[in-house]
Design a protein around this ligand. Structure first.
Ligand SMILES: [Zn+2]
Length: 109
């Protein structure tokens, strides 16, 4: 019997490999906006951060998102992302807890 592997992604700040559902996806949309994508289904180039505020700070310091998304992410955008993250944090943690071993049908970037 084959066990379904949990897709792993690397946090662009601390470089840790984590199961995808424990990371927050940040997406660069086709019109070059940088947004938090809790659903994981927005189209665009994605980067992942673990759900920790310290990683936003680290990413902003190390320009981790700039590299991952291949776009210049301004300090304002990092600040906005951090604010958004604080707002979605509860939802994110709830999703994480309820995600269980639901099939993950969205394994593309
Ligand atoms: Zn991290």
């Amino acid at each position: 019997m084959k066990q379904r592997k949990t897709p792993l992604r690397k946090c662009v700040a601390c470089q840790q490999m984590m199961p995808k559902r424990e990371l927050i996806r940040v997406v660069r949309t086709p019109d070059e906006q940088v947004l938090i994508d809790l659903s994981g289904k927005k189209s665009g180039r994605g980067a992942y951060l673990c759900g920790k505020r310290s990683c936003f700070k680290l990413a902003s310091k190390s320009r981790g998102l700039d590299r991952a998304l291949k776009i210049a992410v301004s300090a304002d955008i990092y600040r906005q992302l951090e604010e958004d993250f604080i707002q979605v944090e509860d939802e994110f943690n709830a999703l994480k807890d309820s995600a269980g071993d639901k099939a993950d049908d969205n394994d593309e970037e």
